[in-house]
Design a protein around this ligand. Structure first.
Ligand code: ATR
Length: 276
């Protein structure tokens, strides 16, 4: 049987077991996806034991996406560049680390807007989530990706993840507000607006480009204040829970070698998040 799981602190509220159980049903694979909460002070001991336990693969969430790296034998080149791993797989006795967060996010975004070199993208935030997303954007056909972050130096660090053809400008939130109409896609990657602070919105949204897409990686609540405002402005909105599904889809494909479809799981997950 395919033995999978999730390590993190905390992990109890995770929706991943539900998602991967659906993928196992879809493929007819007999398997399990268990939660492994690990306290930071016993991480080294617990992770070593888990990796020797016969488990086939696992996801890594906060706060261990960097801390897992020295325990792995090989890293996918993008995961190495991003400096964070969310998926580990055991292959021929070796542990390999991947980052499916950013690539999953871009796969989710592609359902709403196909990548085109001419599109102007704005990324709000430059933290861990933003690193993966930025890297995936510039390797998946998005060429113009500007970054605005509260701390400018962290936005500058993201530029090391560029491709030769990438065009990126670093802006302040104030500058961004004056040129919002330039962007075809606006992606919010910080935790601002996450429950219980659901009334917060990272920047005011006015003067959006007609037909612009506004995307938020926050999925609790499903419709953040930012998305709510964007909708009122006539923008096309893209909800955060889709990233959760598509990063899981990528991970499951890595573990099982099988293709799975997201399909109606998106609606089912939305309902689960809303009810939680
Ligand atoms: P994650 O892994 O979720 O991305 P992180 O690496 O801690 O978390 O990054 C948090 C991001 O949210 C950063 O871009 C952070 O901005 P700073 O680099 O200036 O710290 C941003 N952030 C968090 N709280 C914020 C707030 N109240 N206003 C603006 N940005 C905020």
């Amino acid at each position: 049987i395919l033995k999978l799981g999730l390590i993190g602190h905390p992990v109890e509220q995770s929706l991943s077991p539900w998602i991967h159980t659906r993928f196992m049903e879809q493929t007819g694979i007999d398997g399990e996806y268990k939660l492994y909460p690990i306290e930071p002070d016993v991480f080294d001991k617990k992770i070593t034991a888990l990796m020797q336990s016969g488990i086939d693969g696992f996801n890594i969430t906060v706060p261990y996406k960097q801390r897992i790296i020295p325990f792995l034998d090989e890293l996918d080149p993008d995961a190495a560049k991003i400096g964070a791993v969310n998926t580990a797989v055991r292959k021929n006795g070796k542990w390999i680390g991947y980052n499916t967060d950013g690539s999953g996010y871009v796969r989710a975004l592609e359902q709403v807007i196909p990548p085109k070199e001419s599109l102007h993208v704005l990324m709000l935030g430059a933290g861990g989530a933003a690193r993966g997303i930025y890297r995936a954007l510039v390797t998946h056909g998005f060429r113009h990706v500007d970054i605005a972050n509260r701390t400018a130096s962290k936005a500058e660090e993201l530029l090391q993840l560029q491709e030769p053809e990438t065009i990126s400008e670093i802006l302040t939130f104030q500058e961004v507000q004056q040129q919002l109409a330039d962007y075809d896609v606006i992606i919010h990657t910080t935790s601002v607006g996450m429950s219980p602070n659901a009334a917060e919105q990272i920047i005011p949204l006015t003067n959006l480009k007609p037909g612009a897409v506004v995307s938020d990686i926050v999925y609790k609540p499903i419709e953040t204040q930012l998305l709510h405002t964007a909708k009122q402005q006539g923008a096309l909105i893209h909800h955060g829970h889709s990233m959760l599904l598509y990063q899981a889809q990528y991970a499951f494909e890595i573990w099982s070698g099988r293709q799975v479809v997201v399909g109606d799981l998106l609606n089912q997950l939305e309902q689960r998040v809303t009810e939680a």
